[in-house]
Design a protein around this ligand. Structure first.
Ligand code: HEM
Length: 529
């Protein structure tokens, strides 16, 4: 080292017009080394703040995120650890990538992390944070959530919609049967489209009393356009949410105007739905809706409003915001879950066969699988868990926010820090699962691990007090659809595509759909029709 310094000193003295004092030279060199170390040295050498990849001025770490941020974040966390601090623009964002660290967010410090940050999407579309998904933690959120949990998504209410699930599944099965018996190219089914229609129809019927997917004049067209636009807008990142002084970009990029237009369309549609329900109720023309079992969500919410049943008022905006939440949070996620499950089954014929054996063993040649049959289908439940593990529909759920300073893994986290829990990376963590990249439902057969928020290695629905209230709703739709599909048909990929060649890429956006729709060919199973 000393020799190297002396050589450098000699070299510089030969190059520069004035000779350097040896004393000055050494200090110059030491300063340079110090600066290099400071630049190279990761921030986490300061043990009180979480490790952090090197950031650039202004954009912070934004350049390190790809269109599939859960994958880029997994790679970064493999270098920097399961508790890592990024800067998205000027915004510090804590990224959590292990079950242990997630338990600190969702359990140990759940109350501190129960807030949501302000994002332009929520402001414009979700009634200025007046819905459940984006409301700040506090009394208003608690009230809406309790309406949702007690009145809309309770076990009793979910059970009461059993007939809707069965009926819509039956319709899907008859559409599959129709296509499969034609010998034309239409016998290749677009399963993604079918699953989307199924979940949309179930949620429309349950929430608003009827389907809107038929494209009819009275709301159908409006709804179809609205749900397409909502899905599209989820793929857009608003740079102004991360670099506040670039908020003007939201305006010139057209996003601002697009959000305003979408918000107006959504409100017009919901206003029409609520008004229709009120008119029916006034005219006494709401048919069976006096029967608690046949009430849709709008009926229930109007009754809660009228009777002040929960001891606090709920206004019209609150009602519309809750109904909108059911779509925004419920349709895309549930359909995506079905899409990935069927993709994995087509890619893993061994698992498909084993599942078919279980379902056919229980149901036999009866025409329909009923919800009572599902109780004994343990392999089906393992298949669903394994798919949630590898393909959580929300790989990186919307951020939470810390409400006060707190310590995570010994690191100081300041109040108002956004937190992203990388659910996708947690499901593939080799510390929690052996051969994590392999699709193997058997791993859940003799395991108590569930997705209801207590086992942090499997958290597709999040955790803590803001855990998804729609778990049962989503799983009920998924189980009955899946069991019927594998019971009644044998499945193959189109045009002789080999199972291992099925494209499994994800699309960009908050919900990770398949990048390309899932297409397959169905052959009716003898004796099931
Ligand atoms: C497979 C389907 C679904 C998945 C994977 C899913 C996942 C999630 C996740 C990850 C969260 C955020 C939780 C957190 O921050 O910890 C959430 C919140 C929420 N979900 Fe779901 N969800 C699904 C279906 C549904 C359905 C069917 C509904 C309603 C009908 C629903 C309604 C909600 C609501 C209202 C919230 C906000 C809860 C709050 O902030 O208090 N979800 N969901």
């Amino acid at each position: 080292m000393l020799n190297l310094l002396q050589m450098l000193e000699l070299r510089l003295n030969q190059t520069l017009p004035i000779p350097l004092e040896p004393f000055f030279f050494k200090y110059l060199l030491l300063a340079a080394i110090f600066l290099i170390i400071l630049y190279k040295w990761p921030l986490y050498k300061n043990s009180s703040i979480p490790p952090s990849p090197r950031k650039l001025p202004i954009i912070g770490n934004l350049h390190q995120l790809s269109l599939l941020p859960h994958r880029s974040l997994q790679t970064l966390s493999q270098r920097h650890g399961p508790v890592m601090m990024l800067h998205l623009g000027s915004r510090p964002v804590l990224v959590i990538s292990s079950a242990e660290a997630a338990s600190q967010i969702f359990k140990t410090h759940d109350l501190i992390f129960s807030d949501k940050p302000k994002l332009i999407f929520s402001e414009k579309i979700l009634y200025n944070y007046n819905d459940i998904v984006s409301a700040p933690y506090g009394e208003y959120w608690r009230q809406l959530r309790s309406i949702c949990v007690l009145n809309l998504l309770s076990n009793t209410r979910i059970r009461s919609f059993r007939a809707v699930r069965q009926e819509e599944t039956k319709l899907m099965i008859s559409n599959i049967l129709q296509s499969s018996s034609s010998n034309s190219s239409s016998s290749v089914l677009n399963l993604s489209e079918m699953f989307m229609k199924l979940t949309n129809d179930v949620i429309c019927k349950v929430a608003m009393g009827r389907k809107y997917s038929d494209g009819r004049e009275d709301g159908g067209k409006m709804f179809t356009k609205l749900s397409g636009d909502l899905t599209e807008i989820f793929t857009r990142v608003n740079i102004g949410d991360y670099i506040p002084w670039l908020a003007w970009f939201t305006r010139i990029s057209g996003l601002d105007a697009q959000l305003d237009k979408l918000a107006k369309q959504a409100d017009e549609f919901l206003e029409m739905v609520v008004q229709e329900h009120m008119d029916k109720s006034k005219s006494g023309n709401d048919g069976m809706n006096n029967n608690e079992d046949h009430k849709d969500f709008v009926d229930v919410l109007l009754a809660v409003q009228k009777e002040n049943a929960l001891g606090f008022p709920i206004d019209r905006v609150g009602i519309k915001a809750i109904i909108l939440d059911m779509f925004v949070a419920g349709t895309d996620t549930t359909f995506t879950a079905l899409e990935w499950t069927m993709s994995e089954l087509l890619r893993n014929p061994r698992v498909m066969k084993k599942l078919q054996n279980e379902v056919r063993g229980i149901v036999g040649n009866r025409a329909d699988v009923t919800e009572d049959d599902l109780v004994g289908m343990h392999y089906l439940k393992a298949v669903i868990k394994e798919t949630f593990r590898l393909h959580p529909p929300l790989p990186l759920p919307g951020p939470r926010m810390s409400r006060q300073d707190v310590k995570i893994n010994g690191y100081n986290i300041k109040a108002n820090t956004q937190v992203l829990v990388n659910v996708w990376a947690i499901g593939r963590d080799p510390k929690s699962y052996t051969n994590p990249e392999v699709y193997e439902p058997e791993r859940f057969l003799n395991s108590g691990i569930d997705y209801k928020g207590n086992d942090f290695e499997l958290i597709p629905f999040g955790g803590g007090r803001r855990i998804c209230p729609g778990i049962q709703f989503a799983v009920a739709v998924k189980e009955i659809a899946l069991a019927n599909i594998v019971h009644k048909f044998d499945w193959a990929l189109p045009h002789g595509t080999k199972a291992e060649d099925l494209d499994m890429n994800e699309s960009a956006g908050l919900t990770a759909h398949r990048k390309y729709p899932l297409k397959a060919v169905a052959t009716p199973h003898l004796g099931c029709f």
